[in-house]
Design a protein around this ligand. Structure first.
Ligand code: GLY
Ligand code: MN
Ligand code: MN
Length: 469
């Protein structure tokens, strides 16, 4: 008897069933495949990585399926460093850069290839190909990725074979991590370098960012068109509306959509999205489509649900808008990364002092960080394969670095007046406003990739008058 699924239905498999399952299948090898258009870009990224670590073996895993319960798994999303260096998104894989004696590295993409139909592997178990869908053969992967591919089932053996100094990205594939002997500090450095190599996007990535943002703009327009249905149901209607666009045009949403009506807008990570949508209140929608290639947008608009801002809502909104204008003006090549943050935050600090919510003078309040009671978060971050992209980059390369053409970042000031904040007048309580756009640093300034959505309070109102359903 072959070993079978122990799911209560059957525990053993007869030789007859095994023989039956293994026979009678057509040859489905895919011929005439073309290399992925990203392949030459991924090759250049690997060359840049190779140059940073001469003489060392680098292991960059893609990650594994995660169990949700029993035989149910979460949707798989490959580690961004692996995706960037290979263009591949398969689970259980790893990119290995093997140092060559004459300098440089040879790259091997270890893959879980499709199972032959001459063993029971292809059909037994819930992760088997017959249950989860066809995988590529190694030969197919070599064509698509433009990379030498090997069977991941031999990787532990291959990595054990020689005493080459090795680094691995930790926290992605525990079994692979256990199979190599590495130094934690040096591994962290590898992860950091992978982040830093994503700071400047190549031209193919910029094209993907445009696709992500364009789909996101359509998703926001969908949501405005569905406002009356949201009013009749809940924030979930907005979440579902945006999600439909993300799944239709891309892979997924790039992060949990924040569909925050009324006082929920003051909760930075509001993703329950189960509250009411009431005319007279604001809807803060922070959402981004992730493309099929896994690049994500990250856009926020704050909308008056009935189509017109109240005087207080407008006052807050316009202050945030002006702070965003000030921040965006500071996004240009050669400018310190911190400048746009400071420009936005100083503007908001000045308004908060003027309104009497924090004690001036402005410079003193800013230095003490008093505005943070109401601004809460930083003003932006790098954007790309991860919503908070390049997060492992060294401080001197990112936060203390300088903007360069090809960087993509968000500028997203906000003001948040908590519903229980006794330091502000009652009618301000529960108002949260954020405006978030995705900017590409260009040779002479920046391009706002999300300019397809209105930003000023007047533009938002006329847009809603056209599209609100
Ligand atoms: N949506 C997450 C952020 O804006 O950073
Ligand atoms: Mn956001
Ligand atoms: Mn953001």
């Amino acid at each position: 008897m072959a070993k079978g699924r122990k799911n209560g239905l059957y525990e053993g498999i007869s030789e007859e069933l095994s023989t039956l399952m293994r026979s009678g299948w057509a040859d489905t090898e895919r011929h005439g495949l073309e290399p992925d258009e990203q392949a030459p870009y991924a090759a250049r990224r690997r060359a840049a990585l190779s140059a940073r670590f001469p003489g060392e073996r680098l292991v960059i895993p893609s990650g594994n399926l995660k169990t949700r319960s029993n035989d149910d798994t979460y949707p798989f999303r490959a580690y961004s460093g692996y995706v960037h260096m290979t263009g591949d998104q398969a689970r259980d894989g790893a990119l290995v850069l093997e140092p060559r004696a004459d300098g440089g590295h040879d790259a091997y993409c270890y893959q879980l290839p499709r199972d032959g139909r001459d063993t029971d592997e292809f059909w037994i178990g819930y992760t088997a190909e017959l249950w989860m869908g066809r995988r590529r053969t190694l030969a197919e992967s070599e064509v698509v990725l433009g990379l030498a591919c090997r069977d991941v089932r031999t990787i532990v053996e291959d990595l054990a074979a020689s005493g080459v100094p090795t680094r691995i990205v930790r926290g992605i594939d525990p079994a692979l991590e256990a199979a190599v002997t590495t130094d934690e500090e040096r591994d962290v450095e590898l992860d950091g370098t992978l982040s830093e190599l994503r700071l400047v996007k190549d031209e193919w990535e910029i094209g993907e960012m445009r696709k992500a943002v364009d789909s996101t703009v359509r998703g926001f327009t969908d949501c405005v068109g569905e406002l009356s249905r949201a009013v009749a149901s809940s924030e979930r209607w907005i979440e579902g509306t945006f999600f439909r666009r993300a799944r239709l045009e891309g892979n997924h949403v790039g992060y949990g959509s924040i569909c925050a009506a009324g006082e929920h807008a003051t909760i930075m990570h509001w993703t329950n999205n189960d509250g009411p949508v009431r005319p007279g209140e604001l809807l803060l929608l922070d959402a981004g489509v992730e493309t099929h290639s896994l690049y994500t947008a990250d856009v926020t608009r704050t909308l008056p649900i009935n189509g017109a801002f109240s005087p207080v809502q407008r006052q807050v909104y316009d202050a945030v808008y002006e702070a965003q204008e000030a921040g965006m003006a500071a996004v240009k090549p050669g400018a310190p990364y911190r400048d746009f943050h400071e420009a936005s935050q100083r503007h908001l600090t000045a308004r908060l002092v003027e309104w009497g919510f924090i004690e001036g003078p402005v410079d003193r309040a800013y230095e003490l960080g008093l505005q943070r009671r109401f601004t809460m978060a930083g003003t932006g971050h790098m954007l790309g394969l991860d919503v908070h992209d390049c997060a492992q980059a060294r401080t001197e390369e990112y936060v203390d670095g300088v903007l360069e053409p090809g960087m993509v970042l968000t500028v997203e000031p906000g003001l948040y007046f908590q519903p229980d904040d006794l330091t502000v007048p009652e009618e301000w309580r529960g108002i949260g406003v954020r405006i978030e756009d995705d900017l590409l640093v260009t040779d002479d300034g920046h391009e706002n990739l999300s300019a397809g959505l209105p930003r000023s309070s007047a533009e938002v109102e006329s847009w809603m008058a056209r599209f609100a359903g």
